[in-house]
Design a protein around this ligand. Sequence first.
Ligand code: ADP
Ligand code: 5GP
Length: 196
Amino acid sequence: MVPPSDQHGLLLVVAGPSGVGKSTIARLLEERTKVWYTVSVTTRGRKPGEEKGKTYEHIDKTEFFRRLDADGYLEYAQVYGDYYATPVHPTIDLLSEGKDVLLEIDVQGSLQVRDAFPEAVLIFILPPDQETLLRRLNDRGRDVADDIQKRFRAARREIAMARGSRAFDYMVINDKLETAVEEIIKIIHLKRVGGI
Ligand code: ADP
Ligand code: 5GP
């Protein structure tokens, strides 16, 4: 964890259960707004379709904790048995240059961001219902059955944790993708002084 910076850009956090559509939404926000989407590090192995260094930087546990000791992370958490973190750079640099940054992270990491960056805008994405979430996890075709079950079982707990924490500024239901993206773009406009 790093102390709050002299933050100028908008720090936007998008969280929600696996398969709810966070990455899909984040990619569209990156295309349609000026938000920067940074790459997380993870100890989870690379899955088919994940391009090297594009979705994540995959590192082993030793390297993960070496970096934690050396530079710290903006936030980090253990999720579904693996470690995930947002490196301090380039996020802090982009913010201090006045750029808006989007983090796509889990609830535990979101709570750390809430503490360190009171001005951050936290959005939690909800599925329209459980069946849809399970269908999306399956349709994505990325995870083996065990991983899908692990992620689906965690969803209820994550939603309860997000609601109970009161840390999130907005809850957005990702039913129709376009509607969800438009809703988030409106939030960005609202929160960013001067618009995007
Ligand atoms: P996450 O990043 O939250 O784990 P993804 O963005 O990978 O989720 O989305 C999981 C799957 O659901 C993908 O196949 C994606 O194309 C699909 N998806 C996302 N949003 C919608 C939506 N609103 N309607 C239908 N399918 C969606
Ligand atoms: P997946 O393995 O399905 O890609 O991601 C698992 C979970 O880890 C998702 O909830 C995702 O949002 C979260 N995650 C991805 N990157 C980070 C990160 O940098 N920090 C934290 N705390 N969670 C992350």
